[in-house]
Design a protein around this ligand. Structure first.
Ligand SMILES: NC(=O)c1ccc[n+]([C@@H]2O[C@H](COP(=O)([O-])OP(=O)(O)OC[C@H]3O[C@@H](n4cnc5c(N)ncnc54)[C@H](OP(=O)(O)O)[C@@H]3O)[C@@H](O)[C@H]2O)c1
Length: 299
């Protein structure tokens, strides 16, 4: 097996996936960041792996990073990514390399949802499905050996980002009511384990596949507060308050709110499939498991 390139290796999912692959073979890993500071972080965190600079807004930069690579993982960040620039650059670079046997792309969108169905404001918000409906058709028609890992759910790392501070200080899950709906929740640890499994597997088992990762249960904010109550052993209540989310998102708050106003409806019809537990060979992590494992964030 040749080298595996992770575009987005300093990120949450990219970093966790790199961790899995690094444990089995650091020497086949090429980890990319667009920042000089990211390079030093990668070298410290993943000794023995190759760390490279790559800005996916520049095609030449991706061409350089992808040279000689057989597997690629792409995880693009919300808010800042222009998929109409980034994805074509990655596609052209992968074609030029001619060595890519498997390109794995992380998605978070209702299966079958298309750009034509998406409100332009959804797409302009550049979050979640608003990003991925742009990237997916480009990859679908690229002729490259693509596999999607699609989590049309909230990743549990939203808890430390959005609600942990208020749960810890005031025993409140404080989120704006307009963004509430019964959501599926999947842990970032489970998603990363699947990404690593796919990247280290036989490309023939994954090319052309969309592995959809969902949870069997849904939780709205009151239900989430109930899980906190159960795990922490103290009453935690849901309150309609946008202040913690405003503080977490800073200048991107309005952009996220636009996204969420669409997401609350578009994810409602997503059906649960047992892909996650089947591929992991064990039950998926639940919200209660996650809160228990990360109690220091919440208590
Ligand atoms: N939050 C949720 O509930 C949820 C649910 C489902 C799916 N998702 C999806 O998950 C993805 C985000 O995952 P994440 O949180 O793991 O991402 P993240 O931590 O934001 O990481 C993004 C990565 O992109 C890299 N990057 C940024 N600008 C770049 C550039 N110009 N060139 C090359 N690399 C660049 C960053 O590295 P450097 O800055 O070091 O370059 C970083 O490693 C999004 O697509 C989101 O829609 C989220």
């Amino acid at each position: 097996m040749g080298k595996t390139l992770i575009l987005g290796a300093t990120g949450n999912l990219g970093g966790l996936t790199a961790g899995h692959l690094h444990r089995s073979d650091p020497l086949t890993l090429r980890l990319a960041t667009s920042r000089e500071a990211g390079l030093h972080r990668l070298e410290r965190r993943f000794p023995g792996a190759e760390a490279v600079l790559c800005d996916w807004n520049e095609e030449a930069s991706v061409v350089e990073a992808i040279k000689g690579v057989s597997r690629v993982l792409v995880v693009t960040p919300d808010i800042v990514t222009d998929e109409s620039v980034v994805t074509p650059n990655i596609i052209r670079a992968a074609r030029k390399a001619g060595t890519v046997e498997l390109l794995v792309r992380l998605l978070g969108m209702p299966p079958g949802f298309t750009l034509e169905q998406a409100d332009p404001a959804y797409v302009a918000a550049r979050c979640g499905a608003g990003l991925h409906v742009v990237a997916k058709p480009l990859l679908d028609t690229s002729g490259l050996p693509v596999c999607y890992v699609n989590a049309p759910a909230w990743l549990m790392f939203n808890l430390p980002s959005f609600v942990a501070t208020d749960v810890k200080a005031n025993r409140r899950v404080a989120m704006p009511a307009s963004t509430d709906c019964p959501r599926m929740w999947v842990s970032e640890g489970d998603v990363a384990e699947i990404l690593a499994q796919v990247l280290s597997g036989d490309p023939a088992d994954h090319v052309g596949q969309e592995h959809v990762l969902t949870s069997p249960t849904r939780h709205d904010y009151s239900g989430l507060a109930g899980v906190f109550t159960e795990v922490l052993g103290e009453a935690v209540t849901y309150v309609d308050d946008d202040r913690p989310l405003r503080e977490a998102m800073g200048g991107s708050f309005d952009q996220l709110m636009t996204y969420l106003s669409h997401e609350t409806g578009s994810y409602a019809g997503v059906q649960h499939v047992d892909t996650l537990a089947r591929m992991l060979g064990r039950p998926a992590e639940t919200l209660a498991d996650y809160i228990t494992a990360h109690k220091e964030y919440f208590q």
